[in-house]
Design a protein. Structure first.
Length: 420
């Protein structure tokens, strides 16, 4: 559902460009006082000063109107790493972690991802899509207009397919009000039926699943981790995926320093994600190869792990994206406000860098920087209007939602209730 819309009387704040902004350039946001955004058939025709807007454009179409009342308009946020389609929940594991259990020890006992796999295997695609819709609604209230969703809780052909079908339902349903992009993560864990036979499971992924899902997923991802899929198995899987035309992503160096970042650089992945324990060499190689570092501070927070070294990536001239990692295990949160606060307070990212990381660089981490992630002509009309006239409120209003109105392809998909 695309619309013609004029958003007037806004302070436009946006990164500019059609690819990831790197290093020092992450800080540069383009600001327009007294701005207007003209969206025609879901696409931005003009974003700039109101007085410079061509009069013929305003006369050419009929429009819906939104008055921004002088508030900030940002590009809609891009949450480029989530696992939002799954069966069941795991609150008990969270309580065990509070008492000292670790994420990996729970996984090694057959809990963790495998326990969500067991629950997901008994769900239909409709069940999963209905549940995910609830999360998507919350996300669009926080200004998210593009979201990536991974499979990876099936680990067999049929269930992975149902997960990808659920993601497709969400992507095709205009009422969700977000652009949903799918990633195949069959290599999320070694399923119990393949215990001790990791490389046979990788053979199965390459022979059966990758070809079957070629039209259902844009990217292929792997949990590249010690005792899960180590470097050689990850390389083999990702090379096969790349040969079939998938873009590549990796869960890399999350728990230990394994060399996932180096592998991402070697293979020209779109992004490597997590990176809590990345080596200095990994940082350098990723920056050199133009691989986006997608950092997930909510996961570090929830697991009580040190935060990823955002400054090292930026100082090495790399591109950083931020995402939530919403999932039922390591991080059951899709909070954009808390992501922003943690990035600014604990990862020493500036507010401007944080905005770039959640918009244009998130889009680049999905290979979509030409379509969305900034407010400029030719991009999709995805806009988050804040309650405030200044982006400094984003981390200052800690963990609280600053978004007043979310617009996707020109259509208002969320409008905060106004006090009487
Ligand atoms: O990104 N680390 C692997 N995958 C997810 C967690 C998935 C789960 O615990 O269910 C992550 O943190
Ligand atoms: Fe993840």
């Amino acid at each position: 559902m695309k619309q013609n819309r004029i958003i007037k009387n806004v302070r436009i704040v946006t990164p500019l460009g059609h690819e990831a902004r790197k290093g020092e350039a992450m800080r540069h946001l383009h600001t327009v006082e007294h701005g207007i955004i003209v969206i025609v058939d879901g696409v931005i025709e003009y974003a700039g000063e109101e007085k410079a807007c061509p009069a013929e454009l305003l006369a050419l179409h009929t429009y819906e109107y939104t008055d921004g009342e002088g508030r900030v308009a940002l590009p809609g946020f891009v949450d480029s790493h989530t696992h939002l389609v799954f069966g069941g929940y795991r609150p008990d594991e969270f309580s065990w972690r509070l008492k000292g259990d670790t994420y990996m020890s729970i996984m090694e006992r057959g809990g963790g991802i495998q326990s969500t796999v067991n629950a997901t295997r008994s769900c239909t695609a409709d069940d999963m899509a209905a549940k995910a819709r609830w999360f998507l609604r919350r996300m669009s209230e926080m200004g998210v207009t593009t979201v990536e969703a991974k499979s990876g809780y099936g680990l067999d052909l049929d269930t992975e397919r149902r997960q990808l079908e659920a993601i497709r339902q969400l992507a095709d349903d205009p009422s969700t009000g977000l652009n949903v992009v799918s990633t195949f993560l069959g290599a999320h864990a070694v399923p119990t039926e393949y215990k001790g036979r990791t490389s046979e499971y990788v053979d199965y992924l390459i022979a059966e699943m990758l070809p079957a899902f070629r039209d259902m997923a844009r990217c292929c991802d792997v949990f590249c981790e010690k005792n899960v899929f180590e470097i050689e198995d990850s390389r083999r899987l990702l090379k096969a995926a790349r040969d079939m035309g998938y873009s590549l992503k990796l869960h890399a160096d999350e728990i230990v320093t394994l060399g996932g970042a180096e592998l991402a650089a070697e293979l020209g992945a779109l992004s490597a994600d997590h990176l809590l324990h990345v080596s200095d060499e990994g940082v350098r190689l990723m920056a050199e190869a133009g691989v986006v570092a997608t950092l997930l501070p909510l996961t570090a927070f929830a697991l009580k792990e040190p935060y990823a070294p955002a400054r090292k990536f930026i100082e090495a001239g790399g591109a950083v994206a931020l995402a939530t990692d919403l999932n039922p295990g390591s991080c059951f949160s899709g909070s954009i406000p808390l992501t922003i606060a943690l990035a600014c307070i604990y990862m020493q990212m500036s507010i401007e860098e944080t905005v770039t990381a959640l918009t244009l660089n998130g889009a680049a981490a999905l290979g979509m920087a030409a379509e969305c992630g900034s407010l400029e002509k030719g991009k999709r009309g995805d806009v988050a209007i804040l309650e405030f006239d200044n982006i400094n409120y984003l981390p200052y209003y800690v963990g609280m939602n600053c978004v007043r109105t979310t617009i996707h392809a020109g259509r208002v998909v969320y409008d905060a209730p106004r006090p009487e």
